[in-house]
Design a protein around this ligand. Structure first.
Ligand SMILES: Nc1ncnc2c1ncn2[C@@H]1O[C@H](COP(=O)(O)OP(=O)(O)OP(=O)(O)O)[C@@H](O)[C@H]1O
Ligand SMILES: [Mg+2]
Length: 344
């Protein structure tokens, strides 16, 4: 169990005091994949640097399985650090070393014998799907493969916690998905707790159990991924969630006014689905039950999360106001969240 208790971090900069992390409380259970999402500068990396003991909190404490990190002395801290593996956006590999030499590096530092090092590194290279590439140099690998080396190296000391700080941010969408699948596999197979730091909500949706949203140093919202996606409370969370569920057209930032200009008739409705309702034929039910309404699909998207599907669908309803109202009541009776984006 990892606990951040009222953790704050201030830096004294030339421009005065800067609060990078502000009174953060987070609890990460063993074996969870816990996501921390936030825009650039939100304080995410500062938070995990404190977890690794690279920096000390200004106030508050960080507790890992009953140990207060800030209270550890040099050698205890080094031991504790071995229980945490880290992967980064830019891989941080040594370019003059081969894949296997990179993976063996932490074992060398830990004083493990050469034959043990080779055995362990080979196991990990196979786990991350790089068998056969042991003697390649990082420059000969794709981004996804480099990150696999990063993951194998991070696992070499059998850590209890893996921190991924924007590890997929430099990768294309397909490779990102492969790396996320690998993290899921590792989480399940090794029972490893993973802290996934990202600004990509789809990564959170795909693999995380719980998520904390950070903004200007504070955790503004947290909970299960399912809950946070279903009912985002804060503006910043809504922004992240809608970025994830917007169609390319909506991503062009169509404002409500632009949408109404484009679809001037009837009502624009956004439906949000989660879990079981996402499997119901909702649109065809509405059309069948209210044959006088014309339904146009404007945009839509669905996501699989660890707890089931979540999605949203924007529709234009054209017809008599009373009938539209009735159809909205019907949707509500199906427990589909219904939001009227515009009235005509
Ligand atoms: N060593 C430092 N000295 C002074 N200010 C710092 C230091 N490290 C971080 N900061 C400031 O703290 C704030 C949080 O930075 P941090 O790197 O934690 O953000 P982040 O959420 O990881 O951002 P990104 O998504 O860009 O990686 C920023 O305003 C940053 O400028
Ligand atoms: Mg960062």
């Amino acid at each position: 169990m990892i606990r951040f208790n009222n953790v704050s971090k201030q830096y004294n900069t030339k421009d005065g005091e800067l609060v990078a992390v502000n009174d953060v409380n987070i609890e990460v259970k063993d074996g969870q994949i816990f996501g921390i999402v936030g825009y650039s500068g939100a304080g995410k990396s500062t938070l995990v640097r404190m977890l690794d003991g690279l920096e000390a909190p200004t106030t508050g404490e960080i507790d890992i399985n009953g140990t207060d990190i800030a209270k550890l002395s040099g050698s205890q801290l080094r031991k504790q650090r071995q229980k945490i593996g880290m992967i980064f956006q830019h891989f941080n590999l040594l370019w003059s070393r081969t894949v296997i030499q990179n993976v063996m590096l932490p074992l060398e530092i830990a004083g493990v014998s050469k034959s043990e090092r080779i055995k362990k590194a080979q196991e990990l290279i196979s786990l991350v799907g790089l068998s056969g590439r042991e003697n390649s140099y990082p420059s000969e690998l794709s981004g996804g493969q480099k990150q696999r080396v990063g993951i194998a190296r991070a696992l070499s000391n059998d850590p209890e916690i893996l921190i991924s700080d924007e590890a997929t941010s430099a990768l294309d969408p397909d490779t990102t998905n492969e790396v996320l699948d690998l993290l899921l596999k590792i989480n399940k197979q090794l029972g490893l707790t993973i802290l996934l730091i990202t600004h990509e909500m789809h990564a959170i949706a795909k693999v995380c159990d719980e998520v904390a949203v950070m903004d200007s140093g504070s955790v503004v919202e947290s909970g299960t991924v399912f809950e946070v996606f279903k009912h985002p409370k804060q503006d910043v969370t809504r922004k992240f969630v809608s970025e994830e569920f917007s169609s390319p057209q909506e991503k062009d930032d169509l404002t409500v006014t632009e949408l109404t200009d484009r679809y001037p008739e009837g009502k624009l409705i956004r439906l949000t689905f989660h879990g079981p309702q996402s499997e119901l034929p909702i649109v065809s039910n509405v059309i069948r039950k209210f044959p006088d309404i014309e339904v146009n699909i404007i945009s839509g998207s669905m996501r699989q999360t660890q707890e089931g599907a979540i999605g949203s669908l924007s529709l234009q309803f054209i017809g008599k106001t009373e009938v539209i109202e009735e159809s909205l009541d019907y949707l509500k009776s199906l427990r589909v969240e219904t939001e009227v984006i515009s009235n005509d």
